[in-house]
Design a protein around this ligand. Structure first.
Ligand code: LMR
Length: 398
């Protein structure tokens, strides 16, 4: 059965983990996968998570199944967190949130749901978008197209072209947005632009799907939900894939959720039953340790406040790294303008390097960057930035 199979190259992002681990250069830098790192290069557990885990371990009495919805308290808390406790759709019973194994799990469930609800529906994603979107949706049988988004020359949003593209979408199209901290380009619409986008979605009748994997890393926990809340107010239907990997630093626990808004409460119940029907033959029931921890945090006034502060520390550190890196490059002999680094947000930015230059960074300096030249800004620190700028100058100026 396996005789004809040939090895395939590793995933463009995940492949870097193994290559970096095997590199013995003490100066090596991993700018690949999107995980937050502190000044010492570590990805620490949040204090609120450690506290909540202690509570969980001292109160949990069984590991028996919870059933397809998983931790119901988590689902409720995530609905309130994402849509706001005063959300009209929430009060009307039009929202259902179901935990999933990470944000990627939520996206896959969304794709499976699309295939059941409207098999011919196609997905429109920003150009560019997260590399795994391109693998995930077609793997579920969903055709993918793109709308204009990022201008390589100016490292900024192609807003007019984006709007023109969205105006051509309509009922039966699903349009994917990144709520904040766009992965991979770090450029997001501003609040006024989100309002225009939500107006177009309502007018044209396409179904927005929002991937919110970095909530709290751009402007703030509440602020980063703006697009979701505008769509929720103005559209009859909405799909949201959320992740707690980054903002709760619970990466390996795989904590995420799919939220659906429908026209009325009855349809919402029907959609939830379909979600359970598509997950049953896939992973049957979701893992519950991580969601139980998030449930404890979000239902405790103190821990929830502590969490918001811990997210702010990560956000502020990334923003200050962006400013320092941009200033260091400007002060070096590099001629090219990298000031966009300070204007963009979240973990990711494109450096605008060729694949050959990316490979030189890896081969000559042990600096690991995704082939698209996307870097994870959170991996920089005071100890590695000068080395990086020196290497960048060499590959740009040679
Ligand atoms: C990334 O883009 O690096 C993260 O979302 C992690 C992943 O799974 O790719």
């Amino acid at each position: 059965m396996f005789e004809h199979l040939k090895a395939i190259p590793p995933d463009p992002i995940l492949g870097i983990i193994a290559a970096y681990a095997a590199d013995s250069n003490p100066k090596k830098i991993d700018l690949g996968i999107g995980v937050y790192r502190d000044e010492h290069g570590n990805t620490p557990m949040l204090d609120c998570v450690v506290e909540a885990e202690k509570t969980l371990l001292s109160t949990q009495t069984t590991k028996s199944y919870l059933g397809p919805p998983g931790v119901v308290g988590f689902n409720t808390a995530m609905s309130q967190l994402i849509f706001g406790a005063d959300s009209n759709a929430l009060q009307q019973g039009r929202i259902r949130t179901v935990q999933t194994p990470g944000g990627t799990g939520a996206l896959r469930v969304a794709a499976d749901l699309m295939k059941v609800a409207m098999p011919e529906a196609e997905l429109w994603a920003s150009d560019p978008t997260w590399a795994n979107h391109h693998a995930l949706f077609p793997a579920a049988g969903v055709n993918m197209h793109s709308y204009p988004y990022f201008d390589v020359e100016s490292s900024s949003l192609r807003f007019d072209a984006m709007i023109e593209g969205l105006q051509q979408r309509g009922v039966g199209d699903v349009v994917l947005f990144h709520a904040c901290c766009h992965n991979p380009c770090g450029v997001s619409p501003d609040p006024e632009q989100w309002q225009i986008i939500a107006d177009i979605a309502a007018e044209r009748g396409f179904t927005p799907m929002v991937d919110i994997a970095y909530m709290g890393f751009e402007r703030g926990v509440d602020e980063d939900c703006l697009s979701v809340r505008l769509f929720a107010e103005q559209c009859h239907e909405l799909i949201v894939a959320s992740s707690c990997s980054k903002n709760f630093a619970m990466y390996r626990e795989r904590v995420g959720a799919i939220s659906i808004i429908t026209r009325d409460a009855e349809k919402a119940a029907a959609v939830e039953s379909v979600i359970h029907n598509v997950t049953r033959p896939n992973y049957s029931m979701p893992p519950t340790h991580g969601p139980a921890v998030v449930d404890i945090i979000l239902h405790s006034k103190e821990l929830a406040a502590q969490w918001v502060e811990e997210v702010a520390v990560m956000r502020n550190r990334i923003n200050s790294l962006r400013k320092t890196l941009s200033a260091k490059i400007a002060a070096s002999q590099i001629q090219r303008d990298f000031s966009f680094l300070a204007r963009q947000s979240g973990m990711f930015s494109f450096l605008g390097l060729s694949v050959e230059q990316v490979h030189r960074l890896r081969d000559e300096y042990s600096i690991y960057v995704v082939n698209s030249s996307r870097v994870n800004v959170a991996s920089f620190n005071q100890g590695n930035m000068d080395y990086f700028v020196e290497a960048l100058a060499t590959v740009l100026n040679d």
